[in-house]
Design a protein around this ligand. Structure first.
Ligand code: ZN
Length: 500
């Protein structure tokens, strides 16, 4: 079953967010020797692949709307080297394929997109009093990516929408990528990239950014200094400050944080930085107004292409043109480990409108409100672009009175709007807990490759059951065709266990 970024399947998967939101506050941990360890990046249901995909799509938009220096420019080269030095401080298992770009803009700004594409204005390079200050801005941006702040914003947005209503949650798929980006707090338009971070995110980006700086050998105080300079100047950095609001006592908080860290001989400004900053003053830059105008006429798109400043796909992320539901030979997902297979022991879970048995080793990803959507699946059966193993349970409401056949047809149509789902055969009557429903066998492409790494078919078994109030409950049992028979007995047992 494919996830849709705004569709109902995604919403099924995000309902555990409430529990994890409170975990996103950074905590500080000192390893032996007192070197600060980065806090864990927290949990988010928006997968790494989805974050990279979103970020890449936003970056592609940036290249159409903003003048970007070619990768070969000395400014970009320098920023890239500095960036890699900062990246080296991040635990590899939580890192991202960071890419660094320089924008030919006069004003001070920098932004990073989910997945790791970072853009630094020429104005930021020339305004930095020293190398550590430039590193400070970049470490702050890097921390937003590392802590997955955009993805967490997106979860919050989807959660709020998800509570708005069951019918809307199922049938109201809207927005596409731009909607997803907006939910992630990223807006690209008229030559501007606007980010929405909470003050909590800001405090956290400062905190983690200071650790990255320290670990990279830069004085973390420099980040506080640069913010201070920005605030006192007012004029040239308002965009940066509105994207990154002061969480309050910014300098004091950073100073307090770094107090206990062991003294260190910090990296001083090298001659390379001094040289690049000097050169940067000669780069042709544009004001925000000029960039906004040029974005409308396509000036930057043309200029970037002419300069060879074209976005390259980061590792493993498809370019926007190829992101449609086309199936390729490989799915990009690793084959799931054997732990997706249900254990023989079943536990009963009370979902509110219904009770159903579940394999002990499959999780219930449940809604907070009665009547909302639920997934029962093994953790490793859920990947960025879909559920490969498990059961999706949802409800549907209908305008006016509908027969079970009409309801089923409507639910099938809704499910098909999310991807390549084919109905195999006809809907047949089935009785579940004394309720006469319909059984429909469907087929789609599994998000998991087969043993040889090739894409494979998935069976999606839909059960629709009418409820006394005129709504319906439906369940979709999901497994690759090749393994369906192994899971089928469990699916049958689950269905037989259902009670209303
Ligand atoms: Zn920030």
């Amino acid at each position: 079953m494919k996830f849709q970024m705004n569709g109902f399947v995604m919403r099924l998967a995000i309902v555990t967010v409430i529990a994890s939101l409170s975990l996103t506050l950074a905590y500080q941990c000192l390893a032996q020797g007192g070197v600060p360890e980065l806090p864990g990046p927290g949990n988010t249901r928006i997968s790494r692949e989805q974050q990279q995909q979103l970020g890449f799509q936003a970056a592609a938009e940036v290249y159409k709307q903003i003048p970007v220096l070619p990768d070969s420019s000395s400014e970009t080269q320098f920023v890239r080297q500095l960036g890699q030095r900062l990246v080296a401080t991040i635990p590899p298992e939580h890192s991202w394929p960071f890419e660094f770009h320089v924008v030919a803009q006069k004003e001070i700004n920098a932004f990073a997109l989910p997945g790791g594409e970072m853009f630094v204005n020429v104005g930021t390079i020339t305004a930095a009093a020293n190398e550590a200050q430039l590193a400070g801005v970049m470490a702050h941006e890097m921390s937003h990516v590392y802590m997955q702040h955009s993805a967490k914003q997106m979860e919050k947005a989807q959660l709020t929408q998800g509570l708005a209503g069951l019918a809307g949650a199922i049938f109201g798929s809207k927005g596409g990528t731009l909607g997803s980006l907006a939910q992630a707090g990223v807006q690209v338009g008229a030559g501007m990239v606007m980010l929405k971070y909470s003050r909590g995110d800001e405090a956290q980006a400062d905190e983690v950014g200071a650790m990255i700086l320290y670990r990279a050998g830069y004085n973390p105080q420099a980040m506080a200094d640069f913010f201070k300079t920005l605030e006192s100047q007012g004029g040239s950095g308002p965009q940066f400050l509105s994207d990154h609001p002061n969480p309050g006592n910014r300098e004091a908080a950073i100073q307090k944080e770094i107090q206990g860290w062991p003294p260190k001989k910090y990296q001083t400004t090298g001659s390379a930085f001094t040289q690049v900053r000097q050169q940067a003053t000669a780069v042709k830059t544009y004001t925000a107004d000029e960039i906004a105008k040029g974005a409308k006429t396509g000036q930057w798109d043309a200029l970037n292409k002419q300069n060879g400043a074209v976005l390259k796909s980061a590792a493993g992320v498809a370019a926007p043109e190829t992101t449609s539901a086309k199936s390729s030979n490989t799915t990009g997902n690793p084959a799931p480990s054997n732990d997706v297979m249900p254990g023989s022991r079943l536990l009963t879970v009370d979902l509110g409108p219904m009770r159903i048995a579940r394999p002990e080793n499959w999780d219930v990803i449940a809604a907070q409100q009665q009547g909302q959507s639920i997934t029962i699946a093994p953790r490793s059966g859920i990947v960025s672009n879909g559920i490969g193993y498990g059961v999706v349970i949802n409800g549907a409401s209908f305008k006016g009175k509908a027969t079970i056949d009409e309801m089923t047809a409507e639910i099938v149509r809704s499910l098909q709007s999310g991807g390549d789902l084919q109905v195999v055969g006809k809907a047949t009557p089935i009785e579940v807990a004394g309720v006469g429903g319909r059984s429909v066998t469907m087929q789609s492409t599994s998000p998991f490759p087969d043993a040889r790494g090739q894409s494979q078919k998935e069976r999606d078994w839909l059960i629709t059951l009418p409820r006394p109030d005129g709504s319906a409950i439906f369940l979709v049992f999901v497994a690759p065709e090749s393994e369906y028979e192994r899971l089928s007995p469990t699916f049958d047992r689950m269905l037989k266990s259902a009670q209303f």
